[in-house]
Structures are given as structure tokens and as C-alpha cells.
Ligand binder design. Sequence first.
Ligand code: ZN
Length: 260
Amino acid sequence: MRIGLIGGSGFDDPDFVSGMRTVKKGTPYGPLSSDIVLGKVGDVEVAILSRHGRGHRIRPSAVNYRAHIWALKDEGVTHIIATTACGSLREEIKPGHLVFPDQFIDMTRTRKSTFHEGDQVVHIAVADPFCEKLRRILAETASSEEIAHHPRGTVVTIEGPRFSTRAESRMYRMWGGDIINMSTVPEAVLAREAGICYATAAMSTDYDAWHESEEPVTWEMIATTMRKNVENVKKIFFKALPRIRFEECTCRTAIETALV
Ligand SMILES: [Zn+2]
């Protein structure tokens, strides 16, 4: 068992990892955003990857999601905890709150979302796109650490890099979206294809564009809230790790019934 962490801001310098070594990896899908950091947190083997590269250089549409998932799988990763900043589409999801989504709505347009582009057609099942066991562990950890959170939610993933218009933001609310980001799809889908359990810790940083009495989101707003709250995400990660077990999970076998 090895736990992968795909990190946003705040995980750039993983000084919390013992026996740390850095692996520079090539993949059949091209380069990674960053080197992979391997090591241990307590007794648990981890592999850490920075989604947007150090210093956030790579925009969401340009992230090589296939290379990332392939490389983590190749390093023996069985579970991924992905962190992401997100906008809130609900009054009750306040800036600084964590959300552990159980559904997504895919509004991306230009991304490679399957490993299988050749002769082999694959229709992967994603009715429940996040690992339920892993999501529950994250939510229970947040509860026991008394960190403000929402145990479920629907994340809308947009293409970006621009933020939403007010009309779009209102529409996503009507659709049942709770939070909005630019990175969950195709990351979650590719993890499912690769047979890796995948869950997300999303940190709400702003109210997107729908909220009439709040300023529309800016990058500065996101960065400020992230800086203030990144310790909560780290705490969840550390405390959740020892609770994760290598056990039967449908995430690992979904691909077997997806091949045409
Ligand atoms: Zn699973």
C-alpha cells in the first residue's frame, strides 16, 4: 500500500516526509508537473506530486493528468488523496471550510480523459466517481479534529483558466453544484481507470461569482485563504493516513467490466 498525495499550494516543500527521496520520472504520456517525492509519514509509504508544479506554473488545462496518474501507479500507489482549492456555490460552505465531494459535474472541454485511445474502447463506470471508503475516512478525520467541513458535495469542474460569469455560476447552483474548481476531472476518472482509490479534500476559498453581496473571486482571494487554511488540509492528511487500509474496493476492479 502506498498513498499518493496530489497537492495544491502548501505542499510544495514536503518537510513532513521522512526518508525522503526525489524521483524524476518520464512517462509514455510525457512529463510530470514536478518530481515525485517518495518517503514515509509515520509508518505509511507516501508519494507526493505537485499538480501545478512548484510555484504554480502550470494552468489547469495544461496539467498532464494522464502522466501524473500513470507515474503514481507505477510507483505502487494504491490510494490518492487530492487537494484542491474550490469556489463555493452555497452560502453555508464558507471560505476556509473543507468539502469531501462524492459527485462531480464535468464542464471541461479540451482534456484527455482516458488512457485508452487506441483499438481498445473503454467505458468506465463513474456513477460514484470518488472512493466512498476514502471519502468517509477524510470526513471522519475532519470531524474528530473539529475542522469545519461538509462530508459530501457535488463539484463542478470547469475548463478555465478564466473564472465563471455570474450567469454560469447561478446555473451551476441550479444544477445542484456545491463547489467549483478546475482540476477534479479528468484526474478522478483516470484514477478509476488505473484502479486507484481516489478522494478529494477541497478547500473553499471564495464565493465564485453568484453571490451578490460578495466581491467576485480573484486569484489573490484564493491565495490568501489557501495560505491561512493549508494547515487544516495537512492535519487531515496526517491523521487520515493511519486509518487507510488496503482492502477490497470496487475502485480497483471497475476497469475489468469496462473493456468493450
Ligand atoms: Zn476505493
